[in-house]
Design a protein around this ligand. Sequence first.
Ligand code: ADP
Length: 529
Amino acid sequence: MSIAEIDLHSALKKYFGFSGFKGLQEEVIKNVIEGNNTFVIMPTGGGKSLCYQLPALIKEGTAIVVSPLIALMKNQVDAIRGISDNEGVAHVLNSSLNKTEIKRVKEDIVNGITKLLYVAPESLTKEEYVDFLRSVKVSFMAVDEAHCISEWGHDFRPEYRNLKHIIKRIGDNIPIVGLTATATPKVQEDILKSLGMTDAVTFKASFNRPNLYYEVRPKTKNVDADIIRFIKQNEGKSGIVYCLSRKRVEELAQVLQVNGIKAVPYHAGLDAKTRVKHQDMFLMEDVDVVVATIAFGMGIDKPDVRFVIHHDIPKSIESYYQETGRAGRDGGEGHCLAFYAYKDIEKLEKFMSGKPVAEQEIGHALLQEVVAFAETSVSRRKFILHYFGEEFDNDTGEGGDMDDNVRNPKKQVEAKDDVKILLETVEKTNEKYKSKDLVRVIVGKSNALISSHKTDAQAFFGIGQDKDSRHWMALIRQVLVAGLLKKDIETYGVLRLSDEGRSFIKKPSSFMMAEDHVYDDTNNDGIVT
Ligand code: ADP
């Protein structure tokens, strides 16, 4: 062990009381201390904070930490102050400070007392602060939650966009440390470019959570009963049920209570006192279940959450990963059960329809991945890890058999001829129908729109009537996921052929379709009227 390593270990012990580093922490910290640009990608709970806190305490000067959440900053500052005899070791610089407080912060920085200065990105737009920071010794800049810089992240913050220029103004050669728990290759690339640190050394921890079991079930009108049954089978265990709307949260919490389950609701519409009370009841195990919107979870550290149920499918794989990630933190069992109906995707699409087109495009692309995940026949774990840019081998990887698709493989059937029929119908109808009308054309069930275009008088009308609408709807979704068709955004869902789709018509190839589950809760013939 080199002197530097011994020093790092003793510093870790001295400041944080930990006896060893977690995962990649030590390598990251060495890289930061050497003054290199560093990019850290670790799942939540991976121990990212230490990656900049320890170097900040060791290095000369003040480290500036940019963070989007005031509450999180406060927690961190309190924690750091707790390990030092001087309160000035960490400060927050934000708009809530009065003149005297600002003066104190500045003095502590100038006197070399402050090792960590937490700032919100908005504060850095203030000339006065930037001028001040330019005049002092800055050890490095840490950008926490760095995915906020990317429109492809789940939490885009426009104020993050300017950081590169602000950092340049504070100092020419300030090393940058970017940290995030969002690992899609697209977001990573955005972060490196937007922070101007394409030369950064990247440290990426695995996102695999081997103790979590992933399962997706079709969502029917009996979903509440399904949830009750599941919770009763897991009696006495702690769990979270996520719903999209506050109303649903309230209703479901009541239904659970009526059925003898100790449950409380949690959403941003409840007053602060009730929220804290319900959260504490869950933490103290006075109740087993919290029914919540996504407002619940940030900063909740209950290690023995045994199940996370999604009553409604989330709007991105990142959200799904974050939310399911709250199960099994202690390494014990964690069952992640999502209920999925395609109808819910359409609902989420509708929510987006008022937003700017660029935002909608991203939203749709993220949703398409959710559909792909929910309807896939490959291992859920493999799918998630692939989404995060990680290859996973189910035979050798940890947790390789921990999902429904691996334990009960779905039946696969060759659907090459059906895909050809589908794509040709899109072509022959001049790409003017949405999925449901297109399915009507294929199975030969006219409606006002179809007859107004006289499509029902065409020879191909009803060409696929030997199979039911449900089959064709499922096929359309799988073909969309495969990229042979795309949905037009301007017209809210008219199906168009992609280049790949056109090539397929010319030269059809094998297309394996996953068959057994029914994911659209429509009436028997699959058509919603
Ligand atoms: P992240 O920011 O990646 O979500 P945190 O920095 O909040 O993760 O760390 C998660 C938890 O792990 C914290 O409770 C922290 O105290 C703990 N932790 C971090 N590093 C170590 C370590 N080397 N040894 C033991 N516990 C650690």
